[in-house]
Structure formats: C-alpha cells, structure tokens
Design a protein around this ligand. Structure first.
Ligand code: ZN
Length: 132
C-alpha cells in the first residue's frame, strides 16, 4: 500500500536561510518553491534520492506553521508516506481507529492528493498520506 517515504516536512522561519544549508553545505538543490494559500505556507522541495525534504515557511503569523514554530520551535513537522490509492489508505486508517485530520483527500503542494493522520493516534508523528 505504501510505496515509499515521500518526504519529510520541516517547519522553518526562513526558506532562504534554511535552503542554504541544504544547497551550499550539503550540495542538494531546491527544485521548486510554491505558495499554498489554503495552508498559509510557502513550500520548497529539495529532492534527496527518491524522497524529498519539504521546507515549510509560514506566509501568515497566524498560520499553522507559524503556530507550530511558536509552540515547538523549528523542526520536523510531518512525515509523508506515498501511497498508490489514497482513498484505500484512508479507509484502512479509519477502520483501524486512527484519528484523521482530513476525512477526504485534498490538494497539496506539487499537485499531490494529501490527507493527514492526527499525531495523537500515530505515536506523536503527524503523518501525511500522499498520492502523486
Ligand atoms: Zn508534506
């Protein structure tokens, strides 16, 4: 059902500052930057082999990423698993009693269909289920 680790989402105060570490020091390359207005976030994708690092910068002081950083500081915000069939994956999560933040898939960055599983039901990790 899950084909790979799609990406790790990292909440940062500044994509420009954070991407310097990945580009200048680690030799990776930011592939694209996109604003997702519904999430009040600016997203940078950095491919790492078959997976990606997703840098998340808030576009609004009240946005979810701004609140995350305020409460916990910069750092890993979510882990995304790629699935072939997101509806089937959500059904399995639901049947297993996991708490879903999104009852149905919605549009995420990069044209993906995504849905989140609440960290309270997945060992403190905000899980993103993602279909590309
Ligand atoms: Zn993500």
């Amino acid at each position: 059902m899950v084909s790979r680790l799609d990406h790790v989402g990292i909440a940062v105060k500044s994509i420009d500052q954070a991407s310097r570490i990945y580009e200048d020091v680690l030799g990776l390359k930011v592939q694209g930057i996109e604003v997702v207005p519904e999430q009040q976030v600016r997203v940078a994708f950095i491919p790492v082999g078959d997976s990606e690092i997703e840098l998340l910068e808030s576009t609004n002081a009240d946005g979810p990423i701004a609140k995350f950083i305020e409460a916990r500081g910069e750092g890993i915000q979510h882990v995304a698993l790629r699935v072939n069939d997101i509806n089937e994956a959500l059904e399995r999560c639901r049947n297993a009693g996991l708490r879903l933040i999104d009852d149905r898939p919605r549009k995420g960055a990069g044209g993906a269909l995504i849905a989140f599983v609440h960290p309270k039901s997945s060992n403190g990790v905000l899980l993103e289920i993602c279909q590309r």
